[in-house]
Design a protein around this ligand. Structure first.
Ligand code: FAD
Length: 376
């Protein structure tokens, strides 16, 4: 397919979860959108994630991010309902609350301290959470093993079928009029006379605005439109077991049973550069911890493992920014694109359509936070 010659209101560069969520929100609001994407073999965090819609423990060092995440989790049912109405796909969203299990007293104390410090921050958006001992956890997760000392529980946490989310966003955005252009990697983005020209190997795409949603690719594209996007790949590995009868009513941050019956175990945090290969030592330590949490997992076969690359900033918080030198250029990037899918569709997209990210909400997420002058 060759690039069409017509001009769009907005060119979204990147068709992962972030780009697709924003494009969907823009198109539902009547904006004419093209999404430029790489091909099938692209590295996409959106295809390899753990599928949590997760609130607890987010925002240490940036309390506004906790509020942003709570808002995202709250908007999720609306997104799931809209996507179901638009595509017929059930995303299997469940938000029963979630657990972070501790396998020693030291782990439990550390967890307790972290959550106390998090919630003691000035401007923190407070929400309910509870530290539970073994017996309290067992009442809710009857299959925990004796090595589980306790847990933190937050009633706002949940999970979803994230591959189905990805498919639903793509189907829904195209039904809403988005022109999806796979195999159109943006090579250059130029700003001229108040509009953007995006050069791809299959031709040029023109648009009044441009949204950089290219995951780790944003680091290269940002400077072309006056934006600094310091992101790096951070590897995460995931293990999947064969299907088993339902035994886990709540997602645990590293163990969740999918709607299809498989159990996902995860996910590691590794600074390995752009290397997406799976390594046995990490996979076996993921499996070992999971079996200590839920002994029944020891009897299941592993059917798949994979590694994927997160899109990570220096402080772990998202970047939402707009260019001063090239008005109309925006960037959106984060490491929780499942959790934040609804905020991207319902909050970020309308702001982009209006041409401005309101400072009161978005200033804190600007990459200018990294531009602290070096101490003398
Ligand atoms: C192991 C793991 C577990 C995770 N678990 C969770 C979780 O439980 N909950 C949660 O909320 N999030 C989770 N995430 C994060 C979530 O998957 C990401 O936040 C999200 O997928 C990021 O989406 P993205 O669209 O920014 O990036 P990507 O999915 O990487 O997509 C970027 C897209 O841009 C395209 N692109 C790149 N360069 C160009 C270019 N020059 N021109 C055109 N297109 C380009 C790529 O081809 C790709 O399609 C996890 C991630 C990993 C890796």
């Amino acid at each position: 397919m060759s690039a069409p010659s017509q001009t769009y209101d907005v060119a979204v560069i990147g068709g992962g979860l972030v780009g697709a969520s924003i494009a969907y929100g823009l198109a539902k609001g009547g904006t004419r959108v093209a999404v430029l994407d790489e091909g099938d073999i692209a590295l996409r965090a959106s295809r390899g994630n753990f599928a949590l819609v997760w609130v607890q423990s987010k925002g240490m060092g940036m309390p506004e991010y906790a509020g942003w995440t709570v808002r995202g989790a709250g908007l999720w049912p609306q997104l799931a309902a809209m996507l179901k109405a638009d595509t017929g796909l059930d995303l299997c969203l469940e938000q029963p609350g979630g657990f972070h299990l501790a396998l020693s007293e030291a782990e439990l104390e550390k967890r307790k301290g972290l959550l106390q410090r998090l919630h003691n921050q000035p401007r923190m958006h407070s929400y309910d959470y509870e530290i539970m001992d073994h017996s309290r956890v067992k009442a809710m997760l009857p299959e925990i093993g004796p090595q589980v000392v306790g847990a933190s529980y937050c009633p706002l946490d949940g999970h979803v079928n994230s591959l189905r989310l990805f498919r639903a966003l793509h189907t829904a955005m195209e039904r809403a009029g988005v022109r999806y252009l796979p195999n159109h990697p943006a090579e250059q983005v130029a700003y001229e006379a108040g509009a953007f020209r995006v050069a791809t190997p299959r031709g040029e795409v023109r648009a009044g605005k441009v949204v950089l949603a290219a995951g780790n690719g944003n680091a290269r594209l940002g400077p072309m439109v006056g934006l600094d996007v310091p992101v790096r790949p951070q590897r995460g590995q995931v293990v999947v077991t064969e299907r088993t009868q339902p035994f886990l009513r709540y997602p645990v941050v590293t163990v969740r049973q999918t709607d299809e019956g498989t159990v996902m175990l995860g996910d590691s945090v590794e600074e390995a550069g752009p290397d997406p290969t799976v390594g046995l030592p990490i996979v076996s330590s993921i499996a070992d911890r999971a079996v200590r949490m839920f002994p029944r997992l020891g009897g299941l076969n592993v059917v798949r493992t994979w590694a994927a690359l997160r899109v990570m900033t220096k402080d772990g918080f998202p970047i939402y920014d707009q260019s001063v030198s090239c008005p109309g250029a925006f960037v959106a990037t984060c490491h929780s694109g499942v959790t934040l899918a609804a905020t991207h569709a319902f909050v970020v997209a309308p702001a982009i359509a209006a041409g401005r990210l309101p400072a009161e909400e978005f200033e804190v997420f600007s990459a200018r936070r990294f531009h602290v002058p070096a101490a003398a």
